[in-house]
Each structure stands twice: as C-alpha cells, then as structure tokens.
Design a protein around this ligand. Structure first.
Ligand SMILES: [Zn+2]
Length: 407
C-alpha cells in the first residue's frame, strides 16, 4: 500500500511558515504581497521538483498536474493568510495535496484520470472580498467589483497588481483555462473546537454554511449629553445595542446552530459628552440551510425596522457579499466514511461554519472536505496549532480518496 512521507510534509509546512513571518507575531502573507510572491515561487519549485506539470491561470491560481484521461480530480486550498495569521490555515490543504501527488508520481502509479493540486489566490479576502482566486476559477467575478472594490491592505487592486504578472482582465478571464473537474477535495483545520472536544482526529464535512454580509447604520440625532432628556434622545448607539441583543436572542432561540455577528462598530461623533447621532456597523449571519438563511434575512431586517421605529432612528444597509450554503454530496461523504473505516481512523460528521474554496468550487463540481482539529479551536492567530498525528491521518485519508476517485 502506498503511504505518504509524513516527515517531508511536515518539513514543507515548517519551511513555508518561515515565509512572511511578521515581527508583530504569526504570519502575514496576503496575496500578492512580497511574502506571498516568495511563497508562490517556493511552491512552484516544489511542484517542478516533484516532476508535476506546473500550470498557472490568469488569477494566479497555481496548479501541479499528473496527466490522464477524462475529468480532473483536484485537491488543494490556499497559501495566503490573514494579517498575523497562523501556519496551518490553507497551507495544510495545498501541501497535503502536493505530498499525495508527489508519492503517486514517485511510485509511478498509472491512474486513469488526471490529478491536480491547486493553490487558490486570496482565499482570505484581503484584495477583493473572499475567495477571489476560486471565484475567478469558476467565472463568478464581477469586473466592476474588482475595479472599484476596496482592499483590506490599502491600495486599490489595480495598483497591487502592478507588482505582478496579472491584470484585472487576466483575473476575469482565468476561468477559461479551467479543465473539466471530476471532484475537488480540501483538507483544512476545523477552526473551531468540536473535533477537539469530541477527541476525534477526522471530521467529515457534510455541509458548509452560507453567509450574508452587510454594512449597516442607525442614524438619529447627536445632542448634548447633559441637557437632552433621556426620553427625547434619538440615540443611535442604543438602537444598535437593542438590535444586537434582540437579533442574537432571536437566532439562539429560533434558529439554533445559525450565527449572527456584529463585528465592527463605529460610533459617531464619538465624544464622551455627546449622544451618538450615528452608528455604522458590520452585520453578518450564517446558516447551512438556504431556507434558514432567507428566513434570517427577512426576520433580522424586520427587526432593524422595529428597533428603528421604537427609538426614532433611520436604518440603512448595503449588501457586501452573499455566499450560498453547500450540502456535500452523499456520494463523497459515504466514500470518506468507507476510507476512514479501511484506515481505522475514528471520524465524525460535522458542518463548517467558516467558508472555504471548496464551497465556491461546488458550483462546478462535487466537493468534499476533511477537517482536522486545531488546538483550543484557535485559528487566524499566531497561536494556531495542530497535533501532527491528526494531520498524518488527514493527509493519508486524502491520498486514499484521490487514488479511489482517479482510478
Ligand atoms: Zn483557510
């Protein structure tokens, strides 16, 4: 039986983690930064050294391929990180796929279907909203959004692209270079604490939550904190406080398992002696069910109106992004369970509250996701850590799935 070379995979993950070390902690490797460009060259060298066919599309997605006939069996994830992120998010998906293909190549196995590892650009959404690379890959990017959208790291995208071989044009055309895909598999850290709590090494993902993300505001009237009686105030902050509690209570009691989060708040004018006249905030909600997500949209927006009218405020909001929930095909889930049983790995099914490249690819192919635990559920942090044994199991499972799908 062919097995992965786990020591080599571990060395790769450690070597990659030295690219983009941030003096303030962790790894800062947003797509097309100096560190990311270095990581890309590093990966390309690894692909070439493994004897795989190196390919890159117009969005900077990088592929390593073993030829075959028919549709391509693909596995991968992303190499970019959030600012001060960890060394396992994304990287284990790309590098486990690399290790699997490298072993298949070394053994000279002749499989019937082509195999490809994929590293997608800007999964973390530092440049133009989440999943730029995989969205370009499936042809679901809006050119206007790329031209006008803001980036999380300062300059506009067109400016950032000047340091690269890519253009907005090449990004929007990238999907034309996509092969027909049989299935896409992604191994990823859970970024939560379910697996660790249950003491299980392998999570078989059965669904990925969809997300609606909005920029919102309540506006009332700024007035003197000493002279405006409480009952005459139009306090925008109190509107938000009211909404935050009521919306959380609503989701917790009516749609337990779905999420609602207000992550960023700006109170204006923001002085200690003035009643807040306006509050701007980000607002997102998630669910693994499309119907629930639609129901949340309606009920939560109704709730903003109720709060606004009670407190004499105006409410406004703008949709920033929407992703649909994904149900993983039962063919893939069943296959994963069977392979876990053959390998003797304990596993459990779970859903993913976080979005992933696999979610985006689900509109062009069947997808599957393997989760491994991360210590204390911590991710997007320099403290992100795994137990290496879990990764060895996850990567071995990936290899057996790739062999099965490509045979
Ligand atoms: Zn990730």
């Amino acid at each position: 039986m062919i097995t992965i070379n786990f020591e080599r995979l571990k060395e790769d993950i450690e070597a990659l983690s030295r690219i983009g070390r941030d003096p303030l902690g962790g790894i800062s490797r947003p797509s097309f930064s100096k560190a990311d460009l270095e990581a890309r060259e590093w990966l390309k060298e690894k692909i070439k050294a493994a004897g795989l066919l190196l390919r890159q599309d117009g969005a900077g997605n990088i592929f390593g391929r073993i030829e075959g006939r028919g549709k391509t069996v693909m596995a991968g994830s992303h190499l970019d990180t959030v600012i001060n992120g960890g060394m396992f998010d994304g990287s284990i998906g790309v590098l486990s796929a690399l290790e699997c293909l490298r072993r298949i190549k070394e053994e000279g196995l002749r499989l019937s279907k082509p195999l490809e590892l994929a590293s997608f650009t800007d999964e973390e959404g530092n440049l133009a909203g989440d999943f730029m690379g995989s969205r370009a890959f499936i042809g679901a990017l809006d050119r206007k959004m790329l031209e006008q959208g803001f980036t999380q790291i300062g300059p506009p995208l067109s400016e950032i692209l000047k340091g690269t071989e890519f253009t907005i044009e090449s990004i929007t055309e990238a999907h034309k270079q996509r092969p027909e895909i049989e299935a896409f598999l992604e191994i990823h850290i859970e970024q939560g604490s379910v697996l660790e709590t249950e003491g299980v090494s392998i999570g078989i993902v059965n669904g990925i939550a969809g997300k609606h993300y909005r920029m919102c505001s309540f506006s009332g009237e700024a007035s003197h904190a000493g002279t405006t009686p409480l009952e005459l105030r139009r306090d925008a902050f109190l509107g938000l406080a009211d909404f935050a509690l009521k919306s959380t209570r609503f989701v917790a009691t009516q749609h337990y398992g779905s999420m609602v989060t207000i992550g960023k708040v700006n109170v204006r004018p923001g002085t200690f002696s003035t009643v807040p006249g306006q509050v701007d905030f980000t607002f997102e909600y998630r669910s693994t069910s499309k119907e629930t997500l639609e129901e949340l949209e309606k009920s939560l927006l109704d709730l903003t109106q109720e709060v606004a009218s009670t407190r004499g405020l105006e409410f406004a909001s703008r949709v920033m992004d929407k992703t649909d929930p994904v149900k993983i095909p039962s063919r893939i889930v069943t296959m994963m369970k069977e392979e876990c049983e053959k390998l003797g790995y304990p596993f459990m099914e779970l859903s993913s509250g976080a979005g992933h490249d696999a979610q985006i690819l689900s509109s062009v192919t069947e997808v599957g996701m393997i989760f491994i635990p991360c210590v204390d559920g911590i991710s997007h942090s320099p403290q992100e850590m795994i137990n290496w044994d879990d990764l060895e199991k996850g990567a071995s499972l990936l290899l057996s799935l790739l062999l099965r799908l490509a045979s």
